[in-house]
Ligand binder design. Structure first.
Ligand code: FES
Length: 66
């Protein structure tokens, strides 16, 4: 499923960026990692990316707390 249509990348690209230790987990850095360094155009996908990054960080925090 495409997450961004302006600089096309999919949910699989997003998952890959989120699991890459070299990618700092901010929406901006994750976007750049998925889009080959591009910046967002229309911004329609940003809410989805922020939500996915937030879920990823919450999951990581819960794993540390256990
Ligand atoms: S859909 Fe991602 S920047 Fe437009």
């Amino acid at each position: 499923m495409y997450i961004c249509n302006c600089n096309p990348f999919t949910d699989k690209d997003l998952d890959r960026a989120l699991s890459d230790d070299a990618v700092l987990k901010t929406p901006s850095n994750v976007y750049k990692a998925c889009s080959g360094g591009e910046v967002p155009c229309c911004g329609t996908c940003i809410c989805e990316i922020k939500e996915r990054v937030g879920k990823h960080l919450n999951k990581a925090l819960l794993a540390v707390a256990e």
